[in-house]
Write a protein that binds this ligand. Structure first.
Ligand SMILES: C[S@@+](CC[C@H](N)C(=O)[O-])C[C@H]1O[C@@H](n2cnc3c(N)ncnc32)[C@H](O)[C@@H]1O
Length: 280
């Protein structure tokens, strides 16, 4: 799989733009440059009605944080979390501040190495990196065995943010099956974002430019596109072994997710699946 780590730099600064706690620990001038330059190109080439990429990403990040917070509350503020493709997100740093939360992050070796370097810059980052309940695992998700990363005797909250839009349908299904097999206990869950391509605005100049830019910096990787609807994607998650699937569209209920009202349009969809034999 070609390297998508540049996308983690964009989001690293996006989380700071969205005022998420501890995002500054993983932000850099380079990330800010990538964020600003990408947004400038999008602004120049999109129409006024086009969804704002940074605001849409902030919505997904906040929704996943809220789902995790609520899940942990249900677990008595204890629990194990496995976040795949965690990139330079500070979510693991935030949630592992509670020593009763076991948090494991997986990403490519180059990204995990960079994450460690960035955390080493500050005393706060160093403290987080040394926590026994925050583990960083380097590996390619395609080959990495995930089962050893999870205690099968406990429910697990799985997160895959900013990942599935780069995977073709077969790769998505395979990963969903592998993730559902980790949900051996009731109350296990998976949260991830994926806007079905058929819900995206028709390919615009901005979309084409983003696509081309991504291909250039990642050596050919870009967004995977197909015609499956959100209902079909939910059905595939059930076929992969999950027990229930809910879709969360922030456009429908900003208050429920405590999302800020923005003056710009957004487009986002988060899937929340439960596994382990119990419905949410
Ligand atoms: C858009 S970033 C999202 C990062 C983070 N989840 C966030 O939202 O800030 C995509 C991430 O997926 C990771 N990734 C993509 N393919 C991967 C693979 N095969 N194995 C591990 N990580 C992968 C990239 O390295 C990158 O960090």
């Amino acid at each position: 799989m070609k390297d998508l780590s540049v996308t983690a730099k964009y989001t690293a600064h996006c989380w700071r733009f969205g005022k998420f706690e501890r995002a500054e620990l993983l932000d850099t001038d380079e990330a800010k440059f990538i964020f600003d330059a990408t947004n400038a190109v999008l602004d120049l080439t999109s129409g006024k009605a086009a969804p704002s990429l940074p605001h849409s990403l902030v919505q997904r990040h906040k929704i996943i944080d809220t789902l995790l917070t609520e899940w942990l509350r249900g677990e008595g503020e204890r629990g194990q979390v496995l976040e795949i493709a965690s990139g330079l997100s500070a979510r693991g740093v935030r949630f592992s501040a509670n020593p009763d939360v076991d948090y494991t992050e997986v990403d490519l070796p180059s990204v995990i190495g960079r994450k460690r370097e960035l955390l080493a810059r500050t005393p706060e980052g160093q403290e987080a990196a040394l926590r026994p309940n925050l583990r960083f695992v380097s590996g390619d998700l395609i080959h990495l065995e995930l089962a050893p990363l999870v205690d099968p005797e406990r429910p697990v909250f799985l997160i895959g943010e900013g990942l599935f839009m780069y995977l073709e349908a077969d790769a998505q299904r395979t990963l969903w099956q592998r993730l559902s097999s980790l949900c051996t206990q009731p109350r296990s869950a998976l949260a991830f974002d994926l806007v079905p391509s058929c819900e995206e605005p028709p390919t615009s100049r901005a979309g084409n430019i983003l696509d081309l830019g991504l291909r250039l910096v990642t050596g050919g990787r870009t967004f995977a596109k197909d015609e499956r609807t959100r209902q079909e994607l939910s059905a595939e998650l059930m076929e992969a072994g999950f027990d229930s699937v809910a879709t969360i569209d922030p456009a429908e209920n900003l208050e429920r997710w405590n999302l800020p009202h923005t003056r710009v349009p957004t487009k986002q969809l988060v899937f929340h699946a439960t596994g382990g034999g119990e419905r949410a």
